[in-house]
Write a protein that binds this ligand. Sequence first.
Ligand code: GLN
Length: 313
Amino acid sequence: MDMHASMDMQAIVDEALSHAETYRGHGEVTDYIPALSKVDPNKLGIAVALRDGSTYVAGDADELFSIQSISKVFTLSLALQRVGPAIWNFVGKEPSGSPFNSIVQLEAEEGKPRNPLINPGAIVVCDQLIGDRNADAAVDELLQFLAERSGEDHIRIDEQVALSESQYGFLNRSLANFVAAFGNIKNPVEEVLSVYFRQCSISMSCRQLARAALYLACDGTDCSTGDAIILPTRARRINALMLTCGHYDNSGDFAFRIGLPGKSGVGGGILTTVPGVGAVAVWSPGLNAAGTSLAGAMALEKLVESTGWSIFV
Ligand code: GLN
């Protein structure tokens, strides 16, 4: 796994991007959140952050985009630290095999979402992150965490996207109310949703995302200082959930092709961790049917082929 020391990382990153070129602009740009439908489908970027602090980028890696469901990985990290294993009383750990906004399993499973990376699961995690505070405190904690982890002064929410998410959030509102009907959400539903919509509307670049996720590749520590960020067991479990559930009903295909823990977002971003090595973020807005970036996944496939970074090697 220390192969990267002898590799020309910049050449590998450039090659991954040019491999994905053929797919630039392919797939569907999200339109059920109107503010996201205006994004240029031809954007394509990649960033690799390694545990030694070096970062390699290509294409639109420094442009901000809507991280959408990638945020679920970070809220889960914070909620787990806050609540501990009791969180698993409210949300499961199994892949759903269903779309991110599916309501069908919720009825049979009495309002306990399958996992924290589908929408109802992430909404439950938001409720746990709020706890006995108010919604703004939870959002502030998340933004502060992301700024610290990515080494930026500020990470911001795109308020237009947040408004659009809320205005057209009919399904997410239904999911949240459905879960609340089973007593699995403690705070007022609208307050919980306000955290969920805002976390999805955070704007970050590939470079910022890759750097922010490094703790997941370093057993829960800050790779450069060794400071504990989250417990090592939790980092491992979040990686496990990303591998099995990070792309909804596309998780098996992603593990098959790329073999890394990952999380997709309908803004076209994909974040992957390479345990012990680093983190990779790609962005291209055209999505496949499950909401995973088409060109982004192609770039990752090439990167993994060149580096041997699949965890199944
Ligand atoms: N904000 C989106 C939603 O709730 C997030 C979905 C995603 O990125 N997969 O529908």
